[in-house]
Design a protein around this ligand. Structure first.
Ligand code: NIG
Ligand code: FE
Length: 412
């Protein structure tokens, strides 16, 4: 099966085939665009691209005339929580009235509210609720998604969530990666016994998750009022013994040692970072851990935006993800994140695109295979609606400018 896209106004996100992520100044990827371009995919893989003047004679099964449209790599959303039951707009009202995220949680709302509802929901109901959320993300340009557990907080309910993620993996055209986040909050049965809960996560949940092979990564909400760096270390160490790679929630509410414990345990990424300070940035710069920032959570929860500009200046490979979840970021709209990154974090449109694509892939251990335009990578691309330029997409925030999403060389 051959797909040819021709007359592309701008083909963006091109990197050399052996580039696994873009760091610091490379994120602007100024060499990574061709105006008036073509792209050819064969059996799901990019096999060629270039300026229209170089278009070879090819027989294609499908030819798309992208006149006036831009084409860029599909987004890799490396952090979401889209398997959940119900919604939390009651807490939205409370937050508008002035309550903080921590105050809502302390009252038994927040994550525990979602855990109560998830407990009541059947696997089928959870799947039926998550499927359209995943499709909305795909329609907004994502071809790769990560989904956390963490609204179960008992072994049975965590496994129930992860089985739903597996069904999504089997039924969506997008690649789906699963993360076990048993330490998202202390389950109700362990109220007031946080260290017993951590022991339970290590002794019972992680072995069960590993035995059933339903997650690839282990996560902990390492933050003020949630889990300490010491508890996080205990869980990451245990997860590592069971072959689960660390990806953690850190420094959303305070700079409380999450970055350092993530680095110490070889985390693929540390995510959130709204409160990351200069020392955190320096420690990340001396590590192989990817900083993933979540501008949707800052926007919706009225938190500071993570210092992504500073991180880029420090040479870091910043990734951006949606964090789509019912409490702190109930949207998985990828082009809105692109706008937020530009407007609120002062990233250029090209830097933000790198963060949402190749660096998101790297934050899932998938670099080399997707997230960019190069020969040999998967043909996961977005074709925009007619636009004057690439920058118009984040500029015209809130407008749906994705015309089609191609995953593995096929329009979905
Ligand atoms: O990434 N911060 C921790 N966990 C989620 C929010 C969970 C919730 O409030 O339901 C997040 O923002
Ligand atoms: Fe999250």
């Amino acid at each position: 099966m051959r797909l040819l896209i021709k007359n592309i106004r701008t083909l963006a996100g091109i990197v050399p085939a052996d580039t696994l992520m873009l760091r610091g100044g490379e994120m602007n990827n100024s060499a990574g665009q061709i105006d008036d371009a073509w792209l050819l995919a064969e059996d799901g893989v990019i096999v060629g691209f270039g300026p229209m003047a170089t278009l070879p004679e090819v027989e294609a099964d499908e030819v798309v005339d992208a006149d006036g449209r831009v084409v860029f790599p599909a987004f890799c959303d490396s952090h979401s929580h889209i398997v959940y039951a119900g919604s939390r707009e009651g807490e939205f009202r409370d937050k508008i009235a002035g309550m903080t995220y921590q105050e809502v949680a302390a009252r038994g709302g927040g994550i525990l509210n979602s855990a109560d509802r998830l407990h009541e929901a059947s696997e089928e109901e959870l799947y039926e609720a998550a499927l359209p959320r995943a499709w909305r993300m795909i329609r907004s340009g994502a071809a790769t998604l990560e989904i956390n557990s963490g609204y179960g907080l008992t072994t049975e309910d965590e496994l129930k969530m992860l089985r739903v993620v597996r069904r999504l993996q089997e039924n969506l055209p997008a690649t789906v990666k699963a993360t076990f986040l048993g330490a998202h909050a202390v389950g109700r049965a362990f109220a007031g016994r946080q260290s017993d809960y951590v022991d339970h996560v290590c002794r019972d949940m992680i072995p069960a998750v590993a035995e059933q092979g339903v997650a690839e990564f282990v996560d902990v909400f390492c933050d003020e009022g949630f889990f300490t760096p010491e508890q996080t270390a205990q869980i990451l160490e245990c997860g590592g013994r069971y072959g689960l790679r660390a990806k953690i929630h850190a420094n959303e509410l305070a700079s409380s040692g999450g970055v350092q414990v993530g680095i110490r345990y070889g985390a693929l990424s540390v995510d959130h970072l709204e409160e990351a300070n200069e020392q955190d940035v320096r420690d990340l710069a001396a590590s192989a851990t990817i900083p993933t920032v979540l501008p949707g959570a800052s926007f919706f929860s009225n938190l500071p935006f993570a210092p992504a500009r500073r991180m880029i200046e420090a040479g870091l490979p910043v990734a951006i993800a949606s964090d789509c979840n019912p409490g702190s970021s109930p949207s998985g709209n990828m082009t809105f994140l692109w706008s937020l990154a530009c407007i609120k974090m002062r990233l250029t449109p090209e830097e933000a695109l790198s963060a949402l694509t190749i660096n998101g892939a790297a934050a899932l251990g998938l670099s080399g295979d997707r997230g960019a335009i190069s020969v040999g990578r998967r043909a996961d691309v977005v074709i925009s609606k007619p636009v004057p330029s690439l920058a118009y997409i984040p500029y015209s925030f809130g407008e749906d400018l994705v015309e089609s999403v191609i995953i593995g060389g096929t329009k979905v």
